[in-house]
Ligand binder design. Sequence first.
Ligand code: FAD
Length: 401
Amino acid sequence: MARLAQTTGLTDVQQEIVATVRDFVDKEILPVATALEHRDEYPQEIVDGLKELGLFGLMIPEEYGGLGESLLTYALCVEEIARGWMSVSGIINTHFIVAYMLKQHGTQEQKDHFLPRMATGEVRGAFSMSEPALGSDVSAITSKAVKDGDSYVLNGQKMWLTNGGTSTLVAVLVRSDEGHPEGTAPHKSMTTFLVEKEPGFGEVRPGLTIPGKIDKMGYKGVDTTELIMDGLRIPADRVLGGVTGRGFYQMMDGVEVGRVNVAARGCGVAQRAFELGVRYAQQRHTFGKPIAQHQAIQFKLAEMATKVEAAHAMMVNAARKKDSGERNDLEAGMAKYLASEYCKEVVEDAFRIHGGYGFSKEYEIERLYREAPMLLIGEGTAEIQKMIIGRRLLEEYRFQG
Ligand SMILES: Cc1cc2nc3c(=O)[nH]c(=O)nc-3n(C[C@H](O)[C@H](O)[C@H](O)COP(=O)(O)OP(=O)(O)OC[C@H]3O[C@@H](n4cnc5c(N)ncnc54)[C@H](O)[C@@H]3O)c2cc1C
């Protein structure tokens, strides 16, 4: 039977990894996801299982104890995990972005210090750009680092840290004026600091407080927090890459692979919504036949499946482009935009197919309905993706009049 979202050209190793993750999702995630989500409970057993599978080190090079896999392998695993429960993919994603930023931009000492323990999941990453007054406009960051001897003193408030409580390493983007005089372009006076901390809430390191979990509409189970820096002292060797003023570019590089990840999540959630919709449509009868036999419902299923297929193809294309070493901001932006919009639409159609039962917490689609909107916002809103796509198109198609 033709199944949706197949990927051609995978190696045997890739096929085996993705099949293992799919099996784990079917056996360990799907049966418990909705109950855990309703209780807003952290999925510790699932996280332990993913650690055992080596998922936390999937893209970390083998020399640091990881599996050294590609972005495509990673994205396909994320797609499977999000099909089971999107929150679990969120637990891995910020970790993956921080590990990627370390791999790409860290000093040798920073890689040696963090990557082996990140590969095992002993050190867990979060990343922090957003502040209460900004998300899209990263250049408006007000949190600040001031040099003081061999260290920096950080002050300011951050917002929306996925894994803010459970992580032990946060990549924090702040403004740093040292060596960057007044008038320097905002994105050239920002620095990423590698901030180690205890997991949990309250004062997790002198000068660093994680107040508590933000209560959210969906995307439950995974903790999302604020972060308050009040005289937080960080040694100079914890500046990512060892040089100040490069933070904006490092973060944007991380977010770019993160966009492929969010696209993959959209694909996974949409696939699950399709599965739920197509199953229910064959079980529910109205006017003497299964609702799947009414053309209006069949057309809905056809549209949903087409969207699942298109989003998957764009996501795979964006991942492969990055893996080939090419710039992929256009493809990642398009994939993130399309997959998140299609995901919301497919989930909504599956919800409609469920009729009144879709509104009941007993049905899984209710959870998906509250999860899909997060993908429209995280890793850059639809408007921000369209700005990136538009700018790149004008570069590529510059009018030579
Ligand atoms: C559950 C969750 C988890 C998150 N996790 C993290 C995390 O781990 N780390 C982190 O740093 N951040 C995280 N974020 C923050 C997220 O990245 C931001 O919410 C997102 O970038 C949007 O920023 P904002 O909320 O400030 O919206 P705003 O930037 O205030 O935008 C508000 C609206 O205006 C639109 N808009 C803004 N600028 C323009 C423009 N120039 N043209 C047209 N329209 C525009 C936006 O598209 C949006 O519709 C998370 C958010 C959520 C909800």
